[in-house]
Write a protein that binds this ligand. Structure first.
Ligand code: VGL
Ligand code: ZN
Length: 206
């Protein structure tokens, strides 16, 4: 893939809580940092997402005793996996990885800040209809193609990529810059769903 001036690199949730030692650590999550930093040098437009939950968020298992982390419940908007408390607003776990080249980003989209609803996608919350504003930003700025990388492949990256396709954006995911949570085969399901939706899965961008 040749990077064009009106492409956006969207770096998903490269935050301390998704890296080793964090509250919802993704295996080798920190290894995406040098990859996404290298990608960021190639793009004229870079945006970041930041998972940003209030304490006591409804996606936390601790809000639904005695439910265990990684179990699933039904919320008014559908099934919801329950997570360990993570990315609580203002905590060091919610901060970007210290080596992430965040300065170049022209936009930071925070998501999951409504107590009653989770948000995996950079575009819509998990009710699939409350928008974050990212699509409007992209349209107003004339950015038509989105290249994504970050954490986690099978959750926030996947849902962001599927929504981007649904909204009509050309969408690619750079797999070298992603790592997965992989709950019960969720990585294989995610890559199949993304391919089916027309998301281009790239190994890397040289
Ligand atoms: C994520 C689970 C809960 C992600 C965020 O960034 O993939 N996963 N919150
Ligand atoms: Zn979250």
């Amino acid at each position: 893939m040749k990077v064009q001036p009106d492409d956006l690199l969207l770096i998903i949730d490269v935050q301390n809580d998704f890296c080793p030692g964090g509250a919802l650590a993704v295996a080798d999550g920190d290894t995406v940092v040098p990859v996404v930093n290298r990608l960021a040098e190639r793009f004229d437009h870079v945006a970041l997402t930041q998972d940003w939950h209030p304490a006591g968020h409804s996606s936390f298992a601790t809000s639904h005793p005695p439910a265990a982390p990684f179990s699933s419940i039904t919320m008014p908007y559908g099934p919801q996996t329950l997570w360990p408390d993570h990315c609580v607003q203002g905590t060091s776990g919610a901060a970007f990885h210290p080596q992430l080249a965040a300065d170049k980003a022209e936009l930071v989209i925070r998501k999951g800040f409504r107590a009653a609803i989770d948000s995996y996608s950079a575009f819509f919350e998990n009710d699939l209809k409350t928008p974050t504003g990212l699509a409007g930003y992209l349209r107003e700025r004339g950015l038509k193609r989105i290249v994504m990388a970050g954490l986690a492949t099978d959750y926030c990256v996947q849902y962001s990529a599927l929504d981007a396709r649904r909204l009509g954006f050309e969408t690619a995911v750079v797999m070298a810059g992603c790592r997965a949570i992989d709950l019960a085969g969720s990585l294989a399901t995610a890559t199949a769903a993304m391919t089916e939706a027309g998301v281009v899965l790239l190994d890397d961008i040289a």
